[in-house]
Write a protein of this length. Structure first.
Length: 149
């Protein structure tokens, strides 16, 4: 398995774990809500129910966002490489490895530190379309493209 495939699998699993956790939180909130409906404590009951509904709505929003991230990641084929940086490229720069995909932060895979960043981020925008040897500058930091997978 290539380094790019391992990195891709890591981030896909990270998003899937988040989805699973949020689904469990929603199930727990639903159970709390059904327990709350059995109570008839008046105003206190209504307030608790309203708070639960707000938490459910927030969690559903986070779940929808995580599912959208997973869908975006699944559009990437880690076996494909390009001569210039495109969405899905693993890029080695003079400042480290970057996976241009979605913003998922830093990870260490096979002792290699990788940062998954969005093509819409300031650095992502500058990197898109650059070939090996290209230079992107963000916040007075230069990123020289050493290789693209």
């Amino acid at each position: 398995m290539t380094l790019k495939q391992k990195i891709y699998d890591h981030y896909l699993q990270k998003v899937q774990d988040k989805i699973t956790m949020l689904q469990q939180v929603l199930a727990d909130l639903k159970e709390s809500g059904s327990n709350e409906t059995k109570s008839t404590a008046g105003d206190k009951h209504e307030t608790a129910l309203a708070i639960l509904q707000i938490e459910q709505a927030n969690t559903r929003g986070q779940l929808n966002e995580a599912m959208a991230q997973k869908a975006m990641l699944e559009k990437i084929n880690p076996a494909i490489t390009a001569l210039v940086i495109v969405n899905g490229s693993l890029v080695k720069t003079n400042r480290g490895y970057l996976l241009v995909s979605i913003a998922l932060g830093k990870a260490v895979i096979d002792n290699v530190t990788v940062i998954a960043l969005s093509p819409q981020s300031p650095l992502g925008q500058k990197l898109m379309g650059l070939p090996v040897g290209g230079i992107a500058e963000v916040n007075n930091s230069q990123y020289t493209i050493e290789s693209i997978w």
